[in-house]
Design a binder for this molecule. Structure first.
Ligand code: IVH
Length: 678
């Protein structure tokens, strides 16, 4: 069938448009059309090509999938070997690398390109007259596998280079990888289909590229960043790595947008430190930085030793997984009595820190991992997350490995352990506040920064206070004296005084902090904030029914029941009363309508002078006004009280002359506390 000229033209237009959109999407990261529009263009081209098969070309975007499954991959000999990189694990090795290059090149400062080290697999692409003719894996560096059909399914790889001044032939190298979300979605599909999940995105990328059936590869979310050229025929190539990346992008090949020109080793290290920070927010996995001498001529002069170039270095991030030994398994008692098993590990450096404990979550997790005392395990710590055991290295299990038996009594207070939750996986100490471990945890939570923020009341001090019987509940904290505190181990007199001041400061708080500090099971900061905002006063929260509580977003039946139950415990009410009596106070909104003249300080004129440690003068002013006082700037006979902070000015002496009552900061806070707003 002859192809009408119009159809031929339209097919060419569509191809051009689709290639441009790919370029905008993958190289510029700036798409101008929606995925749906893109799909429409592709479909139109497919329809044209199926109507006029003569229109099909090898580099048509429709030809990405469609090839038949292979029975095995053919071998490919790389014309220029694919080298590997020397590694550096600390800054000194980077400094030594730079020194070697400066010495060899007799240069004062060397210019480098710093790029993220992509955590995928190296691939080589061959283009002839601008058309992709082959894709191969790195293999052992000399011989790889021909994965052309699979490479073609990767949309960020152009089937035809953009522009028209291409080398007669060029080999482009880079890394094929999978994004974190792509990896999670793939594993979810694998799981749902009852198939094996991949351990990490790199394995998933490698496994996907080595599928014999390209249709399977096409379903995998693979991408590629290019970073080098292999053999080039008949073309003038750029003279620097930085220019090379620009040229690759101009041809429609994606290169890392984070590649940057850096001068000297200091800028290399600064780049590394930045990337350590921004790594978390990247959508794809990286495992270090690669520094490359920018000048390609200097690269050639420097050459390679064994299989690694002298002109490049991989500065690796600390490994996130390591193996170590489980020395013991113990249980910890949390604030609400939850009993969590913890593995005590032979200390190991992983993810940038030394790890000696890993949580085992619950009984089910111990069973799932099948971990025993004495086992060799793989521990993982990525970013700031809690270290976890990934798996047991069964082949290294000693014959003496011991099974861990979950206790039936709390290791701290000997109360019985009850099991709850689905299949009884949550173990809880039934001792309640009788259990000193629970009391300690509850107090630690109460004092923590996001709760009452009692500066200096650390875990060790709380342990001692509970063990010495000085503190039973949070209310007792506010009756402590400096002398009592100074009697504790490792607490100097000055720190004891500071702690008393911090306790004093913490008394003026907010309703949401207070609610959070109470440590009601499953009431986190967000829920506490919501409760405070919605109800405005503690009384209103305490009086709320479960149904009312559930009308708040985020509060389901369990949390509502927890809140309701908490305030029905006489013990909890007592503690709350004690806290308020001892001066813990917060502003409340939505008070019952009140006659202003009935406010405790109405009709009183007050003056503030000096610096307060617990709040600014403005805050103090607002608080006084809320109690009905009139706050003025100067002392006169009409002044009723002067509140005197540190380093007071002339107002204090004037007040003294006039015989006006003066309050120091502690008395002022006491006053606020006494007149707590209901
Ligand atoms: S350059 C001769 N740049 O790291 C140097 N490699 O350990 C060729 N890799 O096989 C490699 N990101 O798979 C280079 N930006 C990057 C890289 C990178 C990841 C991989 C590549 C190579 C391995 C060497």
């Amino acid at each position: 069938m002859t192809v009408p000229a119009r159809a031929r033209q339209r097919a060419a237009d569509l191809r051009e448009q689709i290639n441009q959109h790919n370029y905008r999407y993958y190289v510029l990261d700036d798409p101008v059309i929606s995925d749906a529009e893109y799909d429409r263009l592709l479909r139109e081209l497919q329809e044209l090509e199926s109507k006029y098969p003569a229109l099909i070309t090898a580099d048509s975007p429709t030809q990405r999938v469609g090839a038949q499954p292979l029975s095995s991959f053919a071998e490919v000999k790389h014309k220029v070997p694919m080298l590997s990189l020397s590694n550096a694990f600390d800054e000194n090795e980077v400094i030594a690398f730079d020194r070697r290059i400066r010495e060899r090149a007799e240069l004062g400062v060397v210019e480098y390109v710093a790029e993220p080290k992509m955590d995928g697999l190296a691939v080589s692409l061959s283009y002839e007259h601008g058309v992709l003719v082959r894709g191969a894996t790195r293999g052992d560096g000399t011989t790889g596998e021909d994965v052309t059909q699979n490479i073609k399914t990767i949309r960020s790889i152009p089937l035809r280079l953009l522009g028209n001044r291409h080398p007669r032939s060029i080999e482009v190298r880079g890394e094929v990888f999978m994004t974190h979300t792509g990896f999670l979605a793939l594993n979810e599909r694998q799981r749902n289909a009852g198939l094996k999940e991949f351990v990490n995105p790199r394995n998933a990328a490698a496994g996907s590229l080595r599928q014999l059936d390209p249709k399977l590869t096409a379903e995998r979310p693979l991408q590629m960043f290019c970073y080098a050229a292999g053999e080039v025929e008949n073309a003038r190539m750029p003279e620097t790595q930085h220019e090379l990346l620009r040229q690759l992008r101009a041809w429609g090949l994606a290169a890392s947008p984070l590649a940057a020109l850096v001068k000297g080793v200091d800028q290399c290290l600064a780049y590394y430190r930045d990337l350590v920070e921004s790594r978390k927010s990247l959508s794809y996995p990286i495992d270090g930085v690669v520094y490359k001498v920018n000048s390609l001529r200097l690269q050639r002069t420097l050459g390679a030793v064994s299989r690694a170039p002298r002109w490049a270095l991989a500065h690796k991030f600390p490994a996130e997984e390591e193996t170590t030994i489980v020395n013991a398994i113990e249980v910890q008692v949390g604030r609400t009595g939850a009993i969590t098993p913890v593995a005590r590990l032979e200390p190991v450096f992983v993810g940038g820190v030394t790890v000696s404990n890993a949580t085992l979550h619950n009984r089910a997790e111990i069973e799932r991992l099948d971990v025993k005392i004495g086992d060799t395990v793989v521990v993982r710590r990525a970013g700031d997350v809690i270290p976890e055991i990934v798996k047991v290295v069964k082949s290294r299990r000693p014959r003496t490995a011991k099974r861990f038996r979950f206790p039936d009594r709390c290791p701290v207070c000997r109360s019985e352990i009850v099991y709850e939750g689905g299949e009884g996986i949550i173990a809880r100490c039934s001792g309640g506040l009788y259990c000193s471990a629970q009391r300690k945890e509850m107090l630690k939570h109460f004092a923590s920064r996001r709760a009452m923020d009692i500066d200096g009341l650390g875990d060790k001090i709380i342990d001692q206070l509970v063990e010495a019987g000085m503190v039973e509940d949070a209310g007792d904290l506010y009756a402590l004296t400096a002398a009592q505190l100074a009697s504790l181990d490792r607490l100097a007199e000055k720190s004891a005084r500071n702690l008393i001041n911090a306790l004093e400061r913490s008394k003026w708080t907010t309703l949401s902090r207070f609610l959070f500090a109470l440590g009601i099971s499953q009431v986190g900061e967000t829920t506490a904030r919501q409760l405070a905002h919605h109800y405005g006063s503690l009384r209103a929260v305490m009086d709320a029914t479960e149904d009312e509580l559930q009308s708040l977003t985020d509060i389901g039946p369990i949390v509502a029941a927890n809140i309701h139950m908490f305030f029905r415990q006489p013990h909890n009410e007592q503690v709350i009363d004690k806290l308020r009596q001892r001066g813990v106070v917060w502003p409340e909104t939505k008070q019952s309508k009140q006659d202003p003249s009935s406010l405790p300080l109405s009709g009183k004129t007050m003056v503030l002078t000096g610096t307060l440690s617990a709040m600014t003068r403005d805050e103090a002013k607002t608080k006084l006004q809320r109690l009905g006082a009139k706050v003025t700037g100067s002392v006169s006979r009409k002044t009723d009280y002067v509140i005197v902070g540190a380093d007071p000015g002339s107002k204090a002496s004037k007040a003294e002359q006039l015989g006006i009552e003066m309050l120091d900061e502690a008395q002022f806070i006491q006053l606020l506390a006494e007149h707590r707003v209901k």
